[in-house]
Design a protein around this ligand. Structure first.
Ligand SMILES: O=c1ccn([C@@H]2O[C@H](COP(=O)(O)O)[C@@H](O)[C@H]2O)c(=O)[nH]1
Length: 285
């Protein structure tokens, strides 16, 4: 199952998930000033970072908004990057945060688990309930795909709804319980389910609560780096069972900015990934 492949990658290479939230202003001048098309410039940037980090990170997360914002050229680069990750046997997460009625969700599932935008995992919103999420389950069962469902997000305003009390329980806890039950049929040899949860690495009390309640859930943890999530807190959520991947996007892919605009720029991303991995793992020893 795909979750076992991801877990194995975490054990072998560490929990860092490189966030390819690529924007034109991050691309070094030698690529930006070339005569290549926009899609090829973005792809060259992404490929260089992937090649420089492949042996030290567990997976790659592509934020689709960054590619959509550049129109067709951006989406071509999104597609090429996903195909490249697949070709080199890497693991990809499409951060697309979809959530819609069942008939539309079926189309989203087809769009992101097959064809030009195929990836291994996608992020989904649980807000519309199980019929908005269940169309993806067929791909989890038959096509070796996985989901990360938003449970407790990293942003400040996540409190607006996620912390509301519902029958004496916070809403994010209720969502976590649902995600656990949806995932119970898709548990791999690692003991983790192909349906995991997105937990922001920025709210310490909630991370403790989630770890205590959902010790066997696999997490996608954004919030390290630019958003201020601490390695110590995030290590607690990961735990000794290494139950997750920790994303950093801007912190990794802009590491060269102000230092290196030449062909060696991605070495700075590599160093950042290695430092981040050490920063987190030291709390687990
Ligand atoms: O709760 C969430 C869910 C998703 N994200 C996404 O993760 C990255 C974070 O980027 P950084 O540059 O490392 O801050 C980005 O794609 C977000 O859309 C999140 O931050 N929080």
């Amino acid at each position: 199952m795909i979750i076992d492949k991801l877990y194995q990658s975490v054990i072998e290479k560490g929990p860092v998930c490189v966030g390819l939230d690529t924007r034109l202003e991050y691309i070094p001048e030698y690529i930006l000033n070339s005569t290549k098309s926009i899609q090829d410039k973005i792809f060259e940037f992404n490929k260089s970072i992937i090649d420089a980090t492949f042996d030290v990170c567990s997976c790659y997360k592509l934020q689709i908004a960054c590619y959509e914002a550049l129109g067709i050229e951006g989406l071509m680069a999104y597609s090429k990057t996903l195909k490249y990750i697949k070709d080199i046997k890497g693991i990809s997460i499409g951060d697309i945060k979809r959530g819609d009625i069942s008939s539309t969700a079926k189309m989203y599932a087809k769009a992101h688990f097959e064809g030009d935008f195929e990836c291994d995992f996608i992020t989904v919103s649980p807000y519309m309930g199980v019929d908005a999420v269940s169309p993806y389950f067929e791909y989890v069962k038959n096509k070796d795909k996985g989901l990360f469902v938003l449970i407790k997000t990293s942003n400040e305003s996540s409190n607006d709804f996620q912390e509301l009390k519902v029958n004496d329980e916070k809403l994010y806890v209720k969502v976590g319980q649902k995600v656990t039950s949806w995932g119970s049929e898709y548990i791999g040899e690692s003991g983790f389910s192909c349906i995991g949860g997105v937990i922001g690495g920025t709210h310490f009390d909630e991370m403790i609560n989630i770890k205590n309640r959902f010790n066997n859930m696999f997490f996608l943890i954004p919030g390290y780096g630019e958003q201020g999530g601490s390695a110590k807190d995030i290590a607690h959520l990961l735990g000794k069972n290494m139950s997750g991947v920790v994303n950093s996007s801007r912190g990794i892919i802009t590491a060269h900015k102000g230092k290196e605009e030449g062909v060696n720029f991605s070495e700075f991303s590599r160093r950042e990934v290695i430092n981040m991995r050490e920063d987190i793992l030291k709390w687990l020893r």
